[in-house]
Write a protein of this length. Structure first.
Lengths: 317, 651
């Protein structure tokens, strides 16, 4: 007993302090990180982590670049644009392999193919959420009327727009749970239209990484362990997610979080089911960077090695 | 047929009446009771469900109308303001004053705003959205538009703008953290510029939905029934379960319950339909009936749940009573049937026992009393009557049998007497070598009318007689006895047979009230010469059996039967017997003996037989004829008396 306590105390003393911020409110989208924290995986890997609450008014990009958080999640497109704009951030783990952003239309509005969107009102979110839709419209030569979309899908539900933006793991389910049946909807998944922009990845400042590469690597490793644990313990994971949502005063709906969590598994698991979780594929990087350059979002495409550091490789070096 | 069903059948057959009655009556009554019960249950249930539907409909519609009334009165305020903005020109100060007045004068309005399109109010500013709202009992002001609150893409602004019509927002919790449920009514307003209708902005009124929650939560149906309200998106706006409010849609509930049906109900609700559907309650999981109806102006839907077990409680109670009554009634019925069956079977069983005793011959046993005059009582009475009759009959039978026996014994005596008056000893005159005689008689009944007689009139004369009285039995035998006595008396004087018959006839005719008559052959043999004098009173002619020739019938005259005409004179004939010749006499019982084919024995057959027996001793001749008759008529029983007599002259 005494030995145990002293050992623990000894371990505590050697833990490295670090902080983490997800790019949105607590929800199943970040289940792996909460689970890793709750199950003590960060501590196991020598990190005394502080999990900060994200949200619309607490953008993770700002927290990262201003040094308010050591680690944070960002979309790949956001990460590339930030780095292109001169922020010295790097990707240390590309957790999501597929893009969950989608456009969604009602069949009752006679939209079943991309061409059917011609001249229609399309609700789009701002900033990075417009990169893929605009590439999509360009690809199919569509001239649409863009309507700014808020965080709700009510405009779409009430027929204020013909097409709405949605995250597969979130708004799609909200729409279905507002009474529209899946067979009444036409979903457009960007990854099915050659526009797969992998989304959530783990970012840190280049400087933070250089100062202590093992810290970043331990964080990524523990986070991936958290995701793997979550996938094999879905109910426990949902309990944890709901706890964080309650703490963040976010209205929680278990069925919705369950849907989101199940989609996370699809988005995170590498398509070939062989590669390790968390690797940014060079082809994905190239596609996104090229599309950003083409869309005028960035001027230069930086090379892959400067943007992504995969710890296992790094250690080998 | 299978052995088991055969067994069942025989088991049924072997059961008593009581068992069969009870079983068949109780089974059929139970069937009827169940039938009535099911129909009753079915129909009363339908009636109740119909009533519940009516009640539910009335309740929901009245509540929905109340909600509708409040909403539409609230709608008027921003609508009027929008109308004013469209049709008047106003300065900023004037607008603010009017807007403030709106909040001040309408207590149900929590806040009101007029939000303009970018640069529409003044070319200088992107945002212009003055907002007055209640705060700590005062009216506060804020300009909503800012970099961090870009209202242009918010639902309350964007949806009516895009749809070009006023809209109620989805209910939401008030930003101020008061945890007050709110909804905003947004009305777009326009300005016609150079003939073109131009969208200018949105007028909004925020209302607290506390009153709405109160109305809905005041709905209490029976014990656990409740009401709830869902928004246009299916979000539960009011519900007894606080956790669900604003956090779950009816479709989410359907999803977590995997209830496709509920999802369909939800879709109908948000489409503005109304209906009465079965529904498993969210709070207690009870089976309920739910009535839902839309709130038209906001697209919400109000539903009320009627727990089935509660509204069916009365009918279930009634059913229990009906079942108990049914069981009690059935038991009473069984008891009644059992006692009725016993009232039938007890006398029957007693009668069966009595009958067994009676069958052994005891007719004195007492019958059970008939307690009623029903069929069983009548059966008992009939049985009693039958017993009495039987008893009487047996008594009479006993008496009759006794008298019959007496007559029988008397007849036996008469027969004996009759036989005794006929000479029976053969040979009758053993000391006389010159003639031989044999006779035989067999009455058809115990006593008969045939007779024979013979006696020596004097040393040389043998008188012999054979006769047949008309009729049979005692009268004939008595008549025969009289005749025989008369003949003997008359013949005691040596006179001719004709004179004998004439005398006997005269005597018998006197006082023959009963008109009986008799045939007689009477002869007198001179035992020295073989001469025979004879007279025939209507009798069958005898046969002469010549020693050296075949038999032949006596040819003498055949007079009238004796006892009919008083003055009739019978003539005497004569014939002569040689030594060894014989005279065979008989009655009609011999020649008229019949066989199965109703053929008669006949004179011819008799003659042939006698001829074949020629030369035999007299006794053998008689017995030969007897055997022949018996052989001929077998198995037909003898119908008439048979008498035979033969007299042989041996000279």
């Amino acid at each position: 007993m005494f030995l145990g306590v002293s050992h623990l105390a000894g371990a505590e003393s050697t833990l490295k302090q670090a902080s983490f911020i997800p790019q949105w409110n607590p929800q199943a989208q970040f289940a792996g990180y909460y689970v890793a924290y709750e199950k003590g995986f960060y501590k196991k890997h020598g990190i005394d982590l502080t999990v900060l609450q994200g949200g619309p008014n607490r953008p993770s990009s700002a927290f990262l670049t201003q040094g308010k958080a050591d680690f944070g999640t960002l979309w790949l497109s956001t990460g590339i644009r930030l780095r292109a704009s001169g922020q010295r951030i790097i990707n240390v783990g590309q957790v999501m392999q597929r893009s969950a952003l989608m456009l969604i239309a009602k069949k009752s509005h006679k939209i079943e193919n991309p061409q059917d969107m011609q001249g229609k009102k399309v609700g789009l979110w701002s900033d990075d959420f417009q990169i893929q839709p605009k590439a999509f419209f360009k690809k199919y030569n569509l001239d649409v009327k863009v309507i700014p979309q808020s965080f709700s899908v009510n405009l779409f539900l009430r027929d204020g727009v013909d097409v709405a933006s949605a995250m597969w793991y979130n708004e799609y389910h909200t729409i279905v749970n507002s009474g529209l049946n899946p067979d009444e909807l036409t979903p457009f998944f960007f990854h099915e239209h050659g526009l797969n922009f992998p989304e959530d990845g783990i970012y840190t400042l280049e400087e933070t990484f250089k100062r202590d590469p093992s810290l970043s690597c331990a964080f990524v490793k523990a986070s991936i362990e958290g995701w793997l644990y979550a996938f094999s313990h879905p109910e426990e994971t949902l309990d944890i997610v709901l706890k964080y949502m309650g703490r963040g005063k976010i209205p929680a709906n278990r069925a919705h979080q369950k849907w989101m969590f199940n989609k996370m598994k699809d988005l995170i698991t590498p398509p070939d089911h062989r590669s390790a979780i968390g690797v940014l594929q060079p082809s994905d990087y190239q596609r996104v960077a090229d599309a950003l350059k083409e869309g005028g979002w960035i001027k230069e495409v930086q090379n892959y090695e400067s943007f992504f550091v995969w710890c296992e490789k790094h250690v080998e070096k | 047929m299978s052995p088991s069903s055969c067994g069942a059948k025989s088991m049924w057959r072997n059961r008593g009446i009581a068992f069969k009655l009870i079983l068949s009556i109780s089974v059929s009554s139970a069937f009827i009771v169940i039938l009535i019960f099911s129909f009753h249950y079915h129909f009363s249930r339908r009636i109740i469900e119909k009533n519940v539907e009516m009640n539910a409909q009335n309740l929901v519609l009245s509540k929905a109308n109340r909600i509708e009334a409040v909403l539409s009165s609230t709608q008027k305020v921003p609508e009027n303001l929008a109308c004013f903005l469209e049709n008047s020109s106003y300065a900023k100060e004037e607008l603010l004053q009017i807007l403030r007045g709106v909040v001040e004068n309408n207590p149900e309005i929590y806040g009101a705003a007029v939000a303009f399109e970018p640069y529409r109010f003044s070319g200088k500013s992107l945002y212009f959205a003055p907002y007055f709202y209640r705060s700590d009992g005062k009216i506060a002001f804020s300009d909503l538009g800012s970099e961090s609150y870009q209202y242009f893409s918010l639902d309350w602004y964007q949806i009516p703008k895009e749809l070009n019509r006023p809209q109620w927002s989805e209910p939401y919790y008030d930003e101020g953290g008061g945890n007050i449920l709110m909804a905003t009514y947004s009305v777009p307003f326009y300005k016609t510029v150079e003939g073109k209708r131009q969208f200018m902005g949105i007028v909004t009124a925020d209302v607290s939905l506390e009153w709405l929650q109160n109305i809905v939560s005041s709905i209490k149906v029976l014990e656990t029934g409740y009401g709830f309200l869902i928004s246009k998106n299916g979000t539960l706006v009011t519900h007894p379960l606080k956790d669900l409010i604003m956090n779950e849609t009816i479709f989410g509930v359907a999803e977590s319950r995997s209830d496709v049906n509920l999802r369909e109900i939800g879709r109908k609700m948000i489409r503005g339909e109304s209906g009465f559907v079965p529904f498993r309650g969210i709070v207690f999981g009870k089976l309920c009936w739910m009535y839902y109806s839309p709130i038209r102006s906001s697209g919400w839907s109000l539903a009320v749940l009627f727990p089935q077990d509660e509204f069916m409680a009365d009918i279930r109670k009634l059913n229990r009573i009906v079942i108990i009554l049914g069981i009690v009634g059935l038991s009473l019925l069984c008891l009644a049937v059992a006692s009725l069956a016993r009232s039938i079977t007890n006398p029957l069983r007693a009668m069966a026992q009595v009958t067994e005793v009676i069958a052994t011959g005891n007719l004195d046993i007492e019958l059970p009393d008939a307690k009623s005059s029903d069929e069983v009582g009548k059966l008992l009475e009939a049985f009693r009557y039958m017993k009495g009759s039987l008893k009487d009959y047996i008594q009479r039978l006993t008496e009759t049998t006794a008298s019959q026996e007496r007559i029988e014994s008397e007849l036996k005596i008469a027969h004996d007497i009759q036989m005794n008056i006929l000479p029976k000893t053969f040979p009758p005159f053993p000391d006389r070598q010159e003639f031989d005689l044999y006779a035989f008689i067999l009455p058809a009944r115990k006593v008969g009318g045939d007779f024979y007689d013979f006696f020596l009139v004097d040393q040389d004369h043998l008188c012999f007689v054979i006769g047949d009285v008309s009729g049979k039995g005692i009268p004939a035998s008595l008549f025969m006895a009289v005749t025989k006595t008369l003949i003997k008396a008359t013949a005691s004087r040596l006179i001719s047979p004709g004179e004998i018959l004439t005398g006997v006839n005269r005597e018998l005719c006197r006082g023959n009230e009963s008109c009986m008559f008799v045939t007689i052959f009477c002869g007198v043999l001179n035992t020295r010469t073989g001469e025979v004098l004879y007279a025939n009173g209507g009798h069958n002619p005898p046969l002469i059996v010549r020693r050296d020739n075949e038999a032949s019938f006596v040819a003498g005259k055949r007079g009238l039967v004796i006892g009919v005409i008083e003055d009739f004179v019978y003539e005497t004939d004569q014939l002569k017997l040689q030594s060894g010749d014989a005279l065979f006499m008989y009655t009609d019982g011999v020649t008229e003996a019949a066989n199965e084919r109703e053929e008669l024995f006949s004179d011819d057959r008799l003659k042939r037989k006698i001829s074949s027996l020629q030369g035999k001793p007299v006794q053998e001749i008689i017995s030969g004829v007897r055997e022949e008759i018996a052989r001929f008529s077998n198995p037909v029983s003898q119908s008439d008396d048979i008498a035979m007599m033969i007299v042989e002259f041996k000279g």
